[in-house]
Every structure is written in C-alpha cells, then in structure tokens.
Design a protein around this ligand. Sequence first.
Ligand code: BGC
Length: 723
Amino acid sequence: MTLVQSIETLIDEMSLEEKAGQLTCLPAARSRATAAAANPDQVELNETEQADAVRKGLVGSLFNGSNAGWHRRMQQIAVGESRLGIPLLFGADVIHGFETIFPVPLGEAASFDPALAERTARAAAIEASAAGLAWNFAPMVDVARDARWGRGVEGAGEDVLVGERFAAARVRGFQGRGDLSEATAMAATPKHFVGYGACIAGLDYNSVDLSERTLRETYFPPFEAGFAAGAAATMAAFNDVAGVPAHANPWLLRTVLRDEMGFDGLVVSDFTGDLELIFHGVAVDGADAARVALLGGVDMSMASGLYMAHLPALVRSGAVPESVVDAAVSRVLQLKHKLGLFDDPHRRTDKPATVDHTAHRALAREAARKSVVMLHNDGILPLAGGQRIALIGPFGEGPGNLHGPWVLFADAAKAIDLASGLRAALGNASLDVVRGCDPEGPIEGGIAAAVAAANDADVIILAVGESEAMSGEAQSRVDIGLPAAQQALADAIAATSKPIVTLLTTGRALVLGEAVARSNAILVNWFLGSEAGHALADILTGAHGPSGRLPISFPVATGQSPFYYDRKRSGRPPETLIDGEQFKTRYREMLNRAAYPFGHGLTYGEIIYLTLDLSHDELASGGTLEICATLENRGTREASELVQLYIHDRVASITPPLCQLKDWRHVTLAPGASCQVSFTLSPDQLCFVGRDCRWTTEPGLFDLWVGPSSEAGLTTSFTLLPG
Ligand code: BGC
C-alpha cells in the first residue's frame, strides 16, 4: 500500500470528532511559554483534561511545551491508549535557539551570511528536538519595512533577496539536509502568510492593503524560497489583505499558495487567528469562523479549539464538505509520517541527539560577533589597552535584555552580559559599571552617579537602546527614538565631553538623537543571545573586527516610516539639498534620506573601491555579464568587507525602485592588500512584476554599482538587449 493509500484508509476509519482532533493544536499543559498571557482566548486544558482529550483523539498536536517527560507521556497515551493510535505532533516557537540562544534573526541577518543562519538553526533544532519537538513555528520571513512594527526583530529585515536567502537557509537548518524523519529534524514553518509586516502605520495586527504587484514582488518571494528549500508547513497571518483576512482568503491560501506555488504542506492558523475572524467582522460566531477558516485554506486550528468544537457539526449540517476536512487531515497525517512519528513516535525523546552545548556556545559567540554593525568610528575603536572604562546604561549589566523578545525556553541567567564579557577580556582593567536609568524610566540619582563615573573614566561605553519588552509581538512604537529617560542619560554623558562608544541594544531601526549621533563610535548590537557579552568584548577590544551590515535602513526621523532603500523615486525627486526647495518629494524639515542606509557597516580597516569593469556593455537575453571590482585595504588592520552589487533600471513599464540588491560577496583583506571581486549577472536577475502581475524583463539601460552600501560605490551602466 502506498503512503497516500494507507493515509486514506486511516482517514476512512476516523470519526468526524477524530478528524477535527487531528486539525487541532492546543497549548501543552506543561509549558514555560508565555504566549498565553498575550493571547487570552486560547483553550487551556489542565494536565488531566489534556491527557483525556489525547486519549479520545480530540487533539492531534500540542504546542509550546518544552518538557520532554510530558511530551513522552502524552505520546504514550496517543499511541497506546487512543482508538487509532495516531501519534501527536509537538510544535513550538524555536525562533533563534532553544537552550543556547543565537542573535535575534534580524541581528543575524546583519551577518549577510545565510550559511551561518543555517548552522544556528541546525543547532536550535538539535536542542529542541531532544525535548520531543518536531515542528518549529519558524522562520519568520515577513519582509519588514516599517521600524514602528515590533516584529521586524524576528525576520531578516527589509530586503527581498536577503529575505529569500535567509528563509531558505533557516528552513534547511531547522529541517536538516537529510530526511525529515531524522531525530534532530524539525518541520519548518515560514510565516506569516502573508503581508504581515506591511500593517498600516506599523501597528501590529492592523490591516494590510498591498497591491497584487507588491505582494508578488516583495512579500511572496521569501516564502517561495522557504518552500523551495522544502519547508513542510506555513502559518496564516493575523492581518487582512485588501479587506480579506489571511485566515479566510482562498485566493491567498489556495490559488496562490497551492495552485501557483505548488505548496503541499500544512497550513496552521496563527494562534487564535480563526477565532479572530469574528473580530475582523467576517464571521458571526465560532462555528462560522471555523467554517470560513477551513474553507479559506487553514488546515489546522491553533489554540482556539474552534475546529474541535465545530467541525463535526459543520460537516453533518452540510456547511463544510467532508472532503475538505479529509484533505486537511491528510496533510497533517502526511507531515506526521514524514517526521517519522508513525514509525517511531518516541524517536526524538527516547534517543535524543547528543547536544554539544560547548560547540553551540562557540557558535553563538561567532554568530553574535558577525551580527554587530559598526555605524561610525572616529578611530576610538578598537579600545586602547589600559584605559579606565565607565560602562554606563541600562544594558551594561544583568541577565535581562540579552536574549530578545522571542525566547520562550532558555534560562536568561546563562547569558553573558557586557560587563562580564569585558571583565573576561580585559582582566583587571578598570571597569566601573553604572546603570544610570532603566530602559523606560529614571532611577533616583542614576544620572548623577553615571556622570561621576564618566568624569573618572578615560572612555565611556554607553549601552542604551530598547529592552526586550519594547520589540516583538504587539510592541509597535509611535516614536522609534530612545525613551526619554535614556535620552536624558545620553545627553548628560555627552555633556561630560569624554570619548563615548555607544552600543545600541535594539530589535528595530532606531532614530538617534544628537547626543548619540555625536558619539565617537556607534555599534548596533541588537539582542545577541547567550554569548552577547563575550562577542561584544571581542569586537570592542579588536580581537575581532566588526563585519555586520544593516539589513534595515535607519531613518532620520520616525515620521519617514515606512522607510526602505529600494523605494520608488517619484516624479518629483529631490536631486540635491537646496534650502527652501519646494514641490519635491521631501519633508518640510529634511530630505527623505537615511541616517544610516541599508547595507552600511564599517570595519577596522579602510576599504577603498578602486575599479569597476564589465565584461560587456550589453547583456543579451540568455547571456551573462561578468562584473569585476578591485578593492584595497588602506587601513592598518584586517577588514572583512561585504561587497554589494546593486542595479537600477532606468526606464520600465513599472516605476523602477531607486536600486535593488542583486548579490553580495564577503572578502577579508589584510592591511595593504587588494583583491578582485567578481559577480555574474544574468537577465533573470533583472526581472520585475509587470503590469499584468507576471514576472518579466524589459530591455533597456541599467545602472549598476558595486560598493559598501546601498548608497555608495562605483557606478557604471549596461544595456539589456531585447530577447
Ligand atoms: C505569533 C506566532 C506564534 C504563535 C504561537 C502568535 O502570537 O504571532 O508567530 O508562532 O503565537 O506561539
């Protein structure tokens, strides 16, 4: 019997209640996860009730438990005591680590190193699968272009190509390159399908109103990359898209996802996303919401219990065809089969992978180092030895605010803070640590103590930014500047006129006030995870040079949001800054420019781009263009440069963006060394979504540049010939 036949036979034996059970995912009764607090409408069963529901076949999946013992017990009941013995599927949000925490995904994207992301995702899956978890609600692949939105921290930033490469890498990492049935493999879930990052005004859960062109060109591709890498599941987004909620959207979940993208995996609701159809105003009650969601294409209901409660009656009344239920059940059972759960339901808990925590910590330190972005340095970094250092600010010391907002299971006390990292690196050097203020409020006497420490020091490390609580889900901000208490601290420290190195702990782009912007050096350290302090000390002391680049633009003011580098030029572009210039695409107060552009990031070397050559000045359809740039390190220290290739289409039938990233290369140059960096460009990299909403290329003139950011580099042009 083939797999499909045996699954069909099993489905034939199932009651409607058991079918609804397979389509139901409920929170694990033993869980450290905190999502429940934020999502009060979930169905919560106590341990006895949960065991009973599993025994009756009324639930097929449990989520956000981390307790291997509980997972084993529930699995024993499912397999040994339920009528059909169908194994349970244990899922969880293992976004950037389980016990060992790697940098937040946005930070890791700053490495521009998808292979690194694959390795950290693999390590996360090895740790999580040992607790029985076989399904990961990650990676988040939502393109995030509005810094007010708090969930940008979970993804790869604003760019489509970066989003695609990191989506594919993380899927490969979570699932492993072998078979999904391997004990350390977890099914990956690119989420949230789709457009979630484009919520109006950056307000989480808010409406999304994107054109079909933009969906296809910007928001679909990272999902397609994740699916092409083999992702076994996806999750519907909370938002509506042009008036139709993603949880009730057959065009998105059936026509696009199934028919066009060919995705045959599992679609799960985002938490109570099916129930929320009532609040969206497209369903009258729970039963109606279950009907609309299932018909819309949501196979499995998470947390609300609506499918469990209503699907049997909906089928009996004829409101939902049983064939639709069966198709969804079949996808669940296929996933369980692929994960090896039918062959050996206890594989992940009984024979857990040997977890090499030491290797994972080393990887966490490497990933953290590679995620740090140096925005500015007047030469103060790396720190000279023997200086008296004052470490000031709410993020210098203590176990909080190292992991980031999406860590459910790890022990924060095991993470290394900056003070510990510096002490380990600098030995007995003088380090005075003063908090100064809390992330969102003053401390009595805090500023005075900080100023006193600053006055006694040779150099100040000012650790400011956002707490973990200020980004992530439901943490939209109307002002992406530093909170007032921290701004006051920064102003007071700046007034000491001492040299300042500012470190920015953050899950989003920040707007930097005067005091911070005038620092002698500025580093973005995001939330770096378990090895944060060691990694930062590595960079500050010069043991390793900074190599990260911004995967998001840093705007000058919040009012520019959404702000991203590949925006359109408009019919009134402001070519130059002319005082009082009117009727141009600018604000009264300023040009619409970045404080720090996408792709920006400095090294301890001094990289000069010397030459840029093309193999031809014409590119034939079916041909390729060889691009070669020469770089030299004129600095006195080794430098890891990220060489970026951008193009700009001069004239097309759709308004072209200012520029678009097409490829990148990492090179490391010793002081005084030079090298050549080559790219190959082909016409398919010049595609865009045309007026008919299909991908196309159009012949014509293209500008091209190779450089250190989206706003710098050597420029040339070429012509794409007609096909
Ligand atoms: C989030 C999802 C997450 C789910 C389960 C929701 O609130 O939007 O990203 O996977 O909770 O924890």
